[in-house]
Structure formats: C-alpha cells, structure tokens
Design a protein around this ligand. Structure first.
Ligand code: ADP
Length: 540
C-alpha cells in the first residue's frame, strides 16, 4: 500500500525554517580579532535570505555548484544554508590544499561562483587565473579586492531584500552539498550529499546514543567546515536550535581551549592531532572546562591515553567516532552498551578504543580477499563495507574507483575486525598495513600504543621495504618537549615488547621534530613513506 504518510520532502530549508521559527534568540558566535562576533538565528535568517537573493541575482541556478573557501565562521554558515536553499550545491573547498589541486577540484566541480575569506586571498590569487567556470569572486568581508575582481560580500548582501521567498525544494534527493576527498590515491574525488541525506544525518547525530546534540548545547566543531561538513555539526545544531561557536582562523590549541572556556562550549569535535596539542597545553596551563559534556574524536584512531586524560582530569567523556567523507561522515560511534558496563574499566576501555557500532540507518559487513563475509568474532579481518541513506552511491562525475561501489555497498578501504557485540575495530587502512613475511601488522595498533607512552607527543608507524621480510615497521616519534634531549629509543622498544608479539616490534625508532600532517590535520603517512623510502635498516 502506498501513500500512508505525507510525503514531506526532507531538506536543508526545513532545518533553516525551524531554527528561525523556534530558536530565533539562540546565538551564532564567531571568534574575531576584536572580540567575538555574535548574532541570533533571527539575524542569521535575514542574512541568509539576502544571500539567497544575491545568489539568484548572480545567475546561480538549481544544481549549480558554488564554492566556499573559508574558515569556520558565521558567513560560512550563511553560505551553508543559502546555497542549498535555492537548490544550488554548496561545494566546501579544502583551504589546506596546494594551488594546483585547488584548480583541479574547482574546475572539476565546475563551480559558478567562489566565496572566500579575505585571509585566503593570497592563495586564491595563485589559482584564480586557471579557473574555467567561476564567473563571480566574492570576498567574505566588507572590503572588495580589486586585484581579484572580487566584490564585497557585505556590500552585495546589504543591497538585497530581506523578504526574498526561497524557492520550494520539491525533491529531497536533489544535491545540496559537494565535498572532495583529500585524494590520498589518484585525484581528489567528489561526494555529493542530498537534502535528504543531510537531514537524516543531522537527526542521527542528535540521537542520544550518538552525540545527543540538543537545544541546550553550545556546539563547537573544531573540525573544519570543508572537512565533511564539519562532521554535520552546523546543520544538526541548527536543527535542534543549539548555540553554535566557531573559531574562525584562530586554530592554535590555546585559541581553541580559550574559546571553549569563554563561550561555555558543551560539545566539541575534532581529529586526534588537535587534542594532542591541547593536552600538551593543558599540562602547563589551567582552563575551566566544566561546561564541556562531550568531546567527539574521530578521523584517526584515538589512543587510550587521550580518553583517560579527559576522563580522569576533567571528568569529560571522550567518544570515538568513525566516518569518511563518503559517509557524510558519521558511520559508527563507540558508545559502551549497558550490558558491557559491568565489565572492568580496562575491559570497557577495550570497547571505547574501537570504532564502535554503526549509526542507525547504517549497515555494515566486512569481506575477506575472496569476497566472503567475515565472521563477527573479533578475530577475522576483512575490508569494511557500509550502506545507508547518507553513504555515497558513486563519486561525482568520474569513473575512478567506481569498483568501490558494488551490490549497493561501499567498500571503505579500511581493514577491520567486528566483534560479537557488533563493534568495529579498525586494524588499518589497506594502504597503511605493513606486510611482513606474509603476515599483516597493524600500524594503527602500534600507533595508539606509542601515543599512550608518557614521553611521546606524536607517533606514526609506516612500512619500509625490507630485504628479507618484504616490509618491516618503522616507528617515527616526536618526544614531548621535556624529553626531547634525553629520549631513550630502547625504552620505547621495550615498552612495545610488553604489549605486542615480537614480530610486530618496529625494527627501528626514528626521532623527528614533527610528523607531517594531511590537509585535514591527520598524520600524513604517505609523505612519511616517501621520506623514508630509502631508509637503511640498522644491521643486526
Ligand atoms: P582522509 O582520507 O583525508 O583521511 P576522510 O576524513 O574521509 O579523509 O578519512 C576517512 C578515513 O579516516 C577512514 O576511511 C578511516 O581510515 C579513517 N578514520 C576515520 N575515523 C577513524 C577512527 N575513529 N579510527 C581510525 N580511523 C579512522
């Protein structure tokens, strides 16, 4: 039987209207050099309408891509809503990429207009001459930039009416957003999000057993708005009427933690490297974090020491989430189910360091090299596949890696074990696994152990070619400043020996100043592998 329920089309517009209608007094706060900028959802709504009107005036049509090249701030939030609300596609562009990658991405997306923060103008100048489709450059500021022929955002929207009527979004499956993966292999690939996927993903984040975002929250995504929609926080926060706090370009650990303190942030989210920096700062300085009720960490494996640090020192739970640009990004989250709460702290921790159980609507399975589904016994390993209403069905306008989408499942490239409780544990990314004498060694397991060592600040383990074993693990570590002078590699090796089988132990430890980071702030193991491709193993 059909037609049992109304066919309300889920859309970003519904989120916007709800924020304005029911939470008009709630605030959006952005850090600025001269004090924090703050306004209400009511003010925000007026500006979104002006912006939507401007977009139409610029000739942006439904389906057109519009690029944003910006930090996390209120103008970026306005674009997050105005672009999809006229039926166009919000293309968030990674500001940490090099000019030639940016040229490729913007041309491939065929962006019709580009909105950028004034502080990023020097980079825009490098790639602007190579752009083939962008007709309008708009600088997110009061002052235009003549050299780039970029008009002022503020001036343009001030000329627009506030009674603009948004066109109706009649099909929830229309594209609303576009985000490119960071392209660790091949070209960066685009993932299109629909109005429906954004709406459902927002609801999922707000479920109590996920991140439980709610009206009382003051959310602060440290994760950039160009990285998988800041993990969905801007949309989900507006849906529930939460106060939103944005750091703008003030992204040093002290800036972040001060903003959390000042604005009484309750929920924040980011990759582990951010929190490593913050933990180093908290060793020496005190901040009041009493309002923080949840820190969501994902994007890379979370070390035990990080979970324990915030729990024991500040009584703040750290929850690990797993996801990808291709999964909007929420795939799974490591909540501890109540039947596991009777276990010892140590046993519970063994679940919290896993990547968790899938979000509602997301289904999982893992398959071995022969394409056979693995058993969920916590031991068998296979590549994780996922499906669900906010998982991509294909990459945008390319046949590259089309094989990742097969039988209605998306192959993630993550090797996992799944336990009988349904918890996923990422063993490694397929490309980061270390193949030693026909056996796999998990770089992730070694890294999370190293990062829990009291003298280590950063750590990454990579495969380096080896004559006898094909590949062997090399550990690259950055000592904490207090130990940089007298760092004992042997102590680190002995520490690992107490935790892993002998053949897992890295053949060498390299002490370095910094581990290179990717454009989304993760340890860049691809670059490390290139740096150490000719590494000579110590003899013996
Ligand atoms: P990038 O490829 O730049 O890292 P994504 O953010 O889309 O871009 O990365 C997704 C990948 O990040 C996943 O496939 C997985 O390998 C890794 N990842 C994400 N969350 C976690 C996590 N909690 N633990 C371990 N790895 C994770």
């Amino acid at each position: 039987m059909h037609g049992l329920m109304m066919d309300t089309q889920l859309s970003v517009q519904l989120i916007l209207e709800r924020a304005k209608q029911f939470f008009p007094k709630k605030e959006v706060i952005t850090r600025q050099a001269n004090g924090n900028h703050r306004y209400t959802y009511a003010d925000f709504y007026q500006r979104v309408l002006r912006l939507a009107s401007l977009l139409q005036q610029l000739g942006i049509k439904p389906g057109d891509r519009v690029g944003t090249f910006a930090w996390n701030n209120y103008r970026h939030l306005e674009l997050y809503f105005a672009i999809p609300c006229i039926g166009a596609v919000l293309h968030t562009i990674n500001i940490r990429l090099a000019a030639d990658q940016l040229t490729y991405i913007i041309n491939h997306a065929e962006d019709q207009a580009l909105f950028f923060d004034p502080s990023l103008a020097p980079l825009v100048k490098q790639f602007a001459p190579h752009l083939e489709t962008v007709k309008n450059f708009i600088v997110m500021d009061e002052i235009p930039i003549e050299e780039l022929n970029a008009q002022s955002y503020e001036k343009l929207i001030s000329e627009q009416p506030t009674d603009f009527v948004l066109p109706k979004i009649t099909d929830e499956n229309m594209a609303a957003g576009l985000c490119y993966t960071s392209g660790t292999t091949g070209h960066p690939k685009g993932v299109l999000y629909s109005h429906r996927s954004i709406y459902l993903h927002s609801m999922a984040i707000c479920m109590a057993d996920m991140m439980g975002l709610c009206e009382r929250d003051r959310t602060f995504p440290v994760v950039p708005m160009f990285h998988a929609n800041a993990w969905g926080y801007p949309f989900a926060s507006a849906l529930v009427g939460a106060t939103q706090v944005f750091p703008n370009h003030f992204m040093q650990p002290r800036d972040i933690i001060q903003l959390i303190e000042q604005e009484k942030v309750t929920v924040t989210a980011g990759v582990p490297t951010i929190w490593l920096g913050i933990m180093a700062l908290l060793e020496h300085e005190n901040f009041n974090l009493e309002n923080l009720r949840l820190i969501v960490i994902g994007g890379s494996a979370v070390p035990v020491s990080m979970i324990e640090y915030f729990q024991k020192r500040y009584n703040i739970p750290v929850v690990q989430a797993w996801g990808m640009t291709e999964t909007s990004p929420l795939g799974s989250i490591a909540l501890v189910k109540s039947n596991l709460l009777s276990l010892s702290d140590e046993e519970q921790m063994s679940y919290r360091v896993k990547q968790g159980i899938p979000a509602a609507c997301v289904q999982i399975r893992a398959v071995d090299d022969d394409g056979k589904e693995i058993e969920w016994n916590g031991e068998a390993r296979g590549e994780l596949q996922v499906r669900g209403p906010w998982v991509a069905k294909s990459y945008f306008n390319t046949t590259e890696r089309a094989e990742a989408f097969c039988d209605g499942w998306f192959s993630t490239g993550d090797v996992v074990a799944i336990d009988p409780e349904g918890y996923i544990a990422i063993v490694d990314r397929t490309k980061d696994l270390i193949k030693s004498g026909g056996e796999w060694i998990s770089s992730v397991d070694l890294e999370i152990a190293l990062l829990s060592h009291p003298k280590i600040q950063e750590a990454a383990v990579i495969a380096v070619p080896h004559e006898k074993w094909v590949e062997r693990p090399l550990a690259c570590v950055v000592p904490k400043p207090a130990y940089s002078e007298q760092f004992d590699k042997e102590e680190v090796i002995n520490y690992l020996k107490s935790k892993f089988a002998p053949w897992w132990i890295p053949n060498a430890v390299e002490v370095i100043k910094e581990i290179p980071k990717t454009s989304v702030g993760k340890f860049d193991k691809k670059r490390l592998r290139i740096m150490y491709q000719d590494f000579q193993w110590p003899v013996g």
